[in-house]
Design a binder for this molecule. Structure first.
Ligand code: GLN
Length: 545
């Protein structure tokens, strides 16, 4: 088994996660089995308690682990099976070491960063490897040179010492800044960040240089010379013009697939087969159809907060042969501005969320979609808001709310799940991970999934209140997915509407570019039908679902 460690230098946000995922994909397309892992240097035990402002979206795995959003890239680009061992933070490593110390496992020794923390990191790396893996890819979060990254970099250096030389390689991602004033790109930051790595004892085998402008051969030679990396292993990864899906293709064109194969002693004469992937990009390039989706949420200013949702919409666009334009609307603005803010949109998506801010705006937007036949898709809090909207405006249950926002609501149509009542710790205590859901025959959900039962990932504490179920159903607000073990309502939909569905789970975590999620697929199909109807000046067509 081989290991690839991916580090980053100069600045953060270079797209290390995406590049690591692309490397995984390239290797799979050469017939290899990969596993993917991320080590994050911050002290939080997991990102589950971090604000989207700090950290972007929290990505949830089947086993309920709340992880870094880069794991989303890994799942979208590769077949790697991820679980709670696929993402470690400094906090998680330290809590394990401290728990061992309290148990007395260290038999009286002084517990130190080296070797105890570094040993725990090495164990974590081994834990992250699934059985049968050919190549294990481990991305180190943060930037080389940060104080908090040091134990991780030290641990991967030691890790390489424990295995044969030909079984490990280091890939370093770096930035070649372009100085507009002098019209040149600079290699010095790259030299310095490689210098930092070499100080610790790691010589990168490959440098992937993120650039805005083309990297000239002269420049690559200079980097090669100063950084002690072979010329052919100094690889340009230029900002993509069109779509992030071009990254794997770009890296293969630059020869990265063969460099890795040669370095790790893997079969070199194999073709990296990206045929279907490249066809997808070409199709996307030539699509002229568009539809526009309004995303009314709390964190619309941040692209990363709803990353998987935006990705899933793009995947559904590919499946429907259209480009999906996004109109990001702050839910609070909608509360004042109203329908004018989403005028011309072909669908409304309300994402998940926590807390009060923006909720009334979301409810108003849903009312508009329900009343005007605008395709609607609500996710988690979005589904809960749709339930509240219907309760207030159709069932006339005054003061209907979720107990999250109004614990004393006279009509708690969304209430705290009973098993959450005595939960006081915040980290990792929600209803998390994949749960079963049986679909009601002939419902929209059933037609979209084409299956009788499904499993989807959850992350919530509150839930549809079954005491109101009969009233909702009688008024046409149907239940179309139910968790069989606990009789929890997981999917709601409106009967007399072109497309109106709310799901308590997070389908965005299971969509891939070549395998779009069925509900996103159906939603975008409905939005496209809406846009065609609108262009003809007529009534929107019913969706193909
Ligand atoms: N805040 C809601 C709950 O805990 C919704 C959670 C979400 O949207 N992920 O139930």
């Amino acid at each position: 088994m081989k290991h690839i460690f991916v580090t980053g230098g100069v600045v953060s946000s270079l797209g290390k996660g995406l590049t690591s995922a692309a490397i995984g994909m390239i290797l799979e397309r050469r017939g290899l089995k990969v596993s993917m892992q991320k080590l994050d240097p911050y002290i939080n035990v997991d990102p589950g308690t971090m604000s989207p402002y700090q950290h972007g979206e929290v990505y949830v795995l089947d086993d309920g682990a709340e992880t870094d959003l880069d794991l989303g890239h890994y799942e979208r680009y590769t077949q790697a099976r991820l679980n709670r061992y696929s993402n470690y933070t400094t906090g998680k490593i330290y809590s394990e070491v401290i728990a061992r110390e309290r148990r007395g496992d260290y038999l009286g020794s002084t517990v130190q960063v080296i070797p105890h923390i570094t040993d725990a990191i090495k164990d974590a790396i081994r834990n992250g490897v699934a059985p049968g893996t050919d190549v294990a890819i481990t991305e180190i979060g943060g930037t080389v040179g940060d104080i908090e990254s040091l134990p991780f970099i030290e641990a991967i250096r030691q890790f390489a010492l424990d295995i044969p030389v030909g079984d490990v390689m280091f890939v370093h991602l770096t930035l070649l800044p372009y100085l507009r004033a002098s019209g040149e790109m600079k290699t010095k930051p790259t030299q310095q960040s490689v210098g930092k790595l070499r100080e610790i004892g790691i010589q990168p085998d490959v440098l992937i240089c993120r650039t805005e402008q083309p990297m000239t051969d002269d420049m690559a030679r200079k980097i090669s010379l100063f950084c002690n990396v072979r010329r052919e292993a100094v690889i340009e990864e230029r900002d993509v013009e069109f779509s992030i899906y071009e990254v794997p293709t770009m890296l293969v064109k630059a020869g990265l697939d063969r460099i890795i194969a040669r370095r790790l002693g893997l079969p070199v004469e194999v073709e990296t087969d990206l045929t279907d992937w490249n066809r997808m990009i070409e199709d996307l390039r030539h699509t002229t159809d568009t539809c526009e989706i309004a995303v009314v949420g709390k964190y619309t200013a941040l692209h990363d907060a709803y990353k998987s949702i935006y990705e899933s919409l793009a995947h559904a666009g590919i499946a429907n042969g259209c480009k999906v334009k996004l109109r990001k609307v702050r839910a609070e603005d909608y509360a004042d501005g109203g329908p004018a803010l989403i005028e011309g949109c072909d669908g409304l998506l309300i994402p998940g969320g926590f807390g009060e801010r923006g909720v009334e705006g979301k409810i108003k937007a849903i009312q508009h979609a329900r009343e005007t036949g605008l395709p609607f898709f609500g996710i988690c809090l979005g589904m809960q808001c749709a339930t509240i909207e219907f309760a207030r405006n159709v069932l006339h249950l005054e003061g209907a709310n979720t107990q999250e926002l109004d614990p004393h609501s006279p009509h708690p149509v969304i209430h705290l799940m009973p098993d959450q009542a005595n939960v006081h710790e915040k980290g990792g205590t929600m209803r998390l991970g994949a749960c079963d859901c049986d679909l009601v025959p002939d419902s929209l959900a059933h037609r979209l999934y084409g299956a009788a039962s499904i499993r989807e990932r959850h992350r919530h504490r509150f839930e549809y209140n079954n005491e109101y179920r009969a009233r909702f159903e009688a008024a046409g607000f149907a239940t179309s997915g139910v968790n069989p073990q606990r009789d929890l309502v997981e999917i709601v939909e409106l009967k007399n509407h072109p497309f109106f569905i709310g799901v308590q789970f997070h389908p965005e975590f299971k969509s891939k570019p070549l395998h779009p999620h069925p509900v996103f697929d159906g939603f975008v199909a409905a939005a496209l039908a809406h846009s065609r109807g609108a262009h003809r000046g007529g009534k929107p067509e019913r969706s193909r679902a």
